[in-house]
Design a protein around this ligand. Structure first.
Ligand code: UD1
Length: 417
């Protein structure tokens, strides 16, 4: 499975460029199925989830070429409607292909994506929305088989601003007959990126980034070339790397509004940050302050995907902090691992943590249980005295092209073994 060996205690000083966004590229890869044409996508991060999506695209009959940065997908000859079960089990977000298959062929056949370590992760909002657009699902327990004679636009009010459901509806609606309006839509920057790609292909989508998205169905799409947005969670992870080591670092390919919630939290802790264009500079020193209450919320709130990394950072501050996880009911597997490194964190229920800051963490043998929790352990290792081993590197590789190389450019001593 591989492991990261982190020799802690180095004050980071250096520069790194942030790679393309995982959560933006996955729905855009699904969208390439809709076009029936060639899509050229730049800044496509070479992570495990991209490789898994390439397998899905090929399984569906698309021609795919990828050099580790630019992805070329030609979906002219695509004819598959069934998602490979192995991919659905491995990558829950492959459900995003459902909207694209329904939009292109009016049919989808997929295994049911189960829950994961973060919680149950239902897809009821996706399925309800498809039904409103005219899809009829077979009555089956663990497979999703849906068909629509003609997908029709609909007014869909989401009970919760789900990122995946918003994207799936957008994909299904692009070629549907008539207008689809999504209210209480997710506002994440990755939704705006999906709109950007779809419109580059000739779709008519407006409102992404607000709570109301309007999609006027069009008859056909065309070839397009698009560049994926930078990964705001990778940027946030490296911002924490600077802060947790008392470092002075700069990051390029960062869009300041995307990282504002993380920058604001760091600033409240006593970290200096300044930006110019797509460059962010961070300077940290001395013992950082605790945060009385850090609450995860849908965008523009503080992202759940940064909760674990900040929990590691808060474990090294001068006082008591409280973290509330509001998106996923069981996102806390990193707590027990951080405790092995000397972190003093009390779990109150499943989603509230009370963190009593310690002067410094110590090295330990720890195991990544999920992607962002794994990244948090690497960050804790940067702070710790001694050599920390983080097992299950494969989880971290789902979302970071090469976290060891990036952290080494910032002056850290991290290697993959
Ligand atoms: C996406 C991101 C993930 C991020 C999350 C929240 C991708 C590939 N993944 O996941 O990194 O942590 O947004 O920002 O972009 N829910 C339901 N029913 C549904 C759909 C969702 O109850 O039909 C619930 C989920 O269980 C969860 C909450 O809504 O508690 C948020 O989920 P959602 O916004 O859909 O997250 P994902 O799209 O799965």
């Amino acid at each position: 499975m591989g492991k990261y060996i982190v020799a802690g205690g180095k004050r980071l000083n250096g520069h790194v460029a942030v790679h393309g966004s995982k959560n933006a590229v996955l729905p855009i890869m699904a969208a390439t199925v809709l076009t029936g044409a060639q899509s050229v996508i730049h800044n496509c991060p070479d992570i495990a989830d991209t490789r898994c999506s390439i397998k899905i695209l090929r399984h569906l009959g698309c021609d795919v070429d990828y050099d580790g940065y630019t992805l070329v997908v030609n979906s002219a000859n695509a004819d598959g409607i069934a998602l490979p079960e192995e991919a659905v089990n491995k990558m829950r977000s492959s459900i995003i292909f459902a909207g694209a298959l329904l939009g292109r062929f009016g049919v989808v056949d997929s295994a049911y994506p189960g829950g994961c370590l973060l919680g149950g992760r239902p897809i009821d909002l996706h399925l309800q929305a498809f039904c409103q657009m005219g899809v009829v699902f077979e009555d089956a327990l663990d497979v999703i088989i849906g068909k629509a004679d003609k997908l029709a636009g609909a007014r869909i009010n989401l009970a919760f601003p789900s990122v995946g459901a918003t994207q799936n509806i957008m994909l299904a609606a692009v070629l549907a007959c008539g207008t689809t309006t999504i209210t209480n839509a997710a506002k994440e920057p990755e939704i705006v990126d999906l709109q950007g790609f779809l419109n580059a292909c000739g779709a008519d989508v407006r409102g992404a980034g607000t709570g109301i998205i309007v999609i006027n169905g069009v008859k056909t799409l065309m070839p397009a070339e698009y560049t994926i947005m930078p990964d705001r969670i990778v940027a946030g992870t490296y911002m924490v790397a600077g802060a947790i080591t008392g470092g002075h670092i700069s990051l390029s390919n960062v869009r300041p509004p995307d990282v504002y919630p993380m920058a604001k939290a760091l600033s409240n802790m006593g970290v200096d940050l300044w930006g110019e264009g797509e460059m962010l500079v961070l300077k940290s020193g001395g013992r950082l302050k605790s945060l009385p209450r850090l609450v995860t919320k849908p965008y523009p709130g503080f992202p759940t995907d940064m909760q674990a990394q900040f929990t590691a950072l808060l474990a090294t501050t001068s006082g008591q902090s409280a973290v509330e996880e509001n998106l996923f009911e069981a996102r806390h597997a990193h707590i027990a691992e951080l405790a092995k490194m000397g972190a003093n964190i009390e779990l109150v229920g499943d989603s509230r943590f009370i963190i009593n800051g310690a002067a410094r963490l110590h090295s330990a043998d720890v195991t990544a249980k999920d992607l962002r929790g794994g990244a948090a352990l690497v960050l804790a290792g940067l702070n710790a005295c001694g050599e920390t081993t983080v097992h299950n590197a494969c989880y971290i590789q789902r979302g970071y092209v090469d976290i060891a190389a990036d952290l080494c450019s910032l002056g850290a001593d991290v290697r993959l073994a």
